[in-house]
Design a protein around this ligand. Structure first.
Ligand code: LRH
Ligand code: MN
Length: 424
């Protein structure tokens, strides 16, 4: 479904005065509004190709209808999101769920929608039909060299698809681990995994990055071979300068201080990017900012401070990706909310006066430091982000326009109720 420009402009015009009033109020209360606006306009978030349909759990899945039936329709859906908020200008593919049958056609279609290809994701956590060797007991950690070789070859194949599409990074998430004490020699598992990643690393084009994604548990529930930031940092450091860690917000043990992990990985130049989502218990893959928006703000505060300390380009030097699953919400509405939550946290972090905060820290003025942070966090920046969208030709209120245009109803008319998108 395409959104006609005139309908979007009409919608914006109807609420423009109200918006201008709110924007002028927030712009008058902050330093450098134009500098911040430009950063918001430049900031693009990659949408996961595997999260455009309804997700589920082992207890059930309740399909919503109108889901994309092909990679082409997934790109159209992301194009629709990007038309509405002008900050969803990238897709992250998962292979083999989204093998591009004709890379040039896929690339051309994506370009039409202003979509570029972010990190490619490999999959050695499921056995595909006709697959020679099983990943039941792991992939790159596996005791059987043949299984490790199969996993290595799959990742090299994924890099090839990415090169054809213009992607410049590979995310490797391994389900590898064990369910019971004694099941696995964890030192050998580390060594096998490192050697396997080294063979893949050797095939990376010069301008590519490899993101090593860690996760505390699931699907293995005793040990995970890339189980935390320290292990991922170890792999990335041993692999070389093109290897980095990837922080999926849902992959930590309860109460982990993720913003501290982010600050250190960024300082050590080994932070590659993010899989944004939110969670209350474990890898819940909920809407970004829906459970713990203050933590998301604190993470972006460390990102802005750490990136500025190294003179990094906020928009391009790290991988900004969502990784969520939609069990009860319309997938596109959920993604619109997630992108909005990320932009809000980033905008609030840009309001933190780093000099003032440093003064308070140097004076051990703990109360003042908290006031500076929470002053930024409690600033309603929604009109700033809406203004950034307006300047980018997008909707002032994407979710409301999405509903007003009855997008889901139209997609169901177009695609039917029973369509199922590939992915989780
Ligand atoms: C694992 C994970 C990983 C994926 C998958 C879809 O939990 O976060 O990033 O490949 O979800
Ligand atoms: Mn992830």
């Amino acid at each position: 479904m395409l959104i006609e420009k005139y309908k979007l402009d009409q919608y914006n015009n109807d609420i423009l005065n109200d918006h201008k009033r709110k924007f002028e109020f927030v712009a008058s209360s902050i330093k450098n509004p134009e500098k911040i606006l430009q950063k918001l306009v430049d900031f693009q978030i990659a949408i996961p190709s595997w999260a455009l349909g309804t997700g589920g759990t082992r207890f059930g899945r309740f399909a919503g209808g109108g889901e994309p039936r092909s990679l082409e329709e997934k790109i159209e859906d992301i194009g629709l999101l990007h038309k509405l908020n002008n900050c969803s200008g990238a897709i992250s593919l998962h292979i083999p769920w989204d093998i591009p049958t004709n890379a040039n056609n896929i690339k051309a279609l994506a370009a039409q929608h202003g979509i570029r290809f972010d990190a490619m994701n490999s999959n050695t956590f499921q056995d595909q039909a006709g697959q020679e060797r099983s990943y039941k007991y792991g992939s790159m950690q596996h005791i059987d060299k043949g299984v490790r070789k199969q996993a290595i070859e799959h990742n090299i194949e994924v890099i090839k698809y990415g090169i054809e599409l213009g992607s410049e990074s590979l995310t490797v998430w391994l389900a590898d681990g064990s369910n019971f004490p004694g099941q696995l020699n964890m030192r050998k598992a580390f060594q096998n995994t490192l050697e396997s990643l080294q063979e893949i690393y050797a095939e990376l084009p010069d301008n590519w990055k490899m993101f090593v994604e860690y996760k505390a548990f699931e699907p293995n529930f005793y040990s995970t071979t890339v189980g935390d930031w320290g292990q991922s940092f170890l792999y990335a450091s041993k692999l070389g300068p093109k290897a980095y860690t990837l922080v999926d917000l849902g992959h930590h043990l309860p109460n982990a201080n993720i913003e501290q992990i982010v600050a250190l990985l960024l300082m050590e130049e080994k932070l590659g990017g993010f899989h944004f989502n939110d969670s209350k218990y474990s890898d819940d893959d909920l809407t970004v900012g829906s459970i713990n928006p203050y933590q998301l703000f604190l993470i972006f505060k460390e990102l802005v401070e750490g990136m500025d300390a190294r003179g990094m380009n906020h928009a391009t030097d790290l991988g900004w990706m969502i990784d969520a699953s939609h069990n009860v919400k319309d997938p596109l509405e959920d993604l619109l909310q997630s992108v909005e939550a990320i932009m809000i946290a980033y905008a609030q972090a840009l309001l933190v006066d780093a000099k003032e905060l440093e003064q308070a820290q140097l004076a051990n003025d703990v109360v003042r430091a908290q006031e500076i942070l929470q002053g930024a966090y409690r600033t309603d920046v929604r009109a700033l982000i809406a203004e950034a969208r307006l300047r980018g030709g997008a909707a002032l209120e994407p979710l409301k326009l999405y509903r007003q245009l009855k997008v889901r109803e139209n997609l169901i008319k177009e695609r039917g109720l029973k369509t199922v998108a590939t992915g989780l």
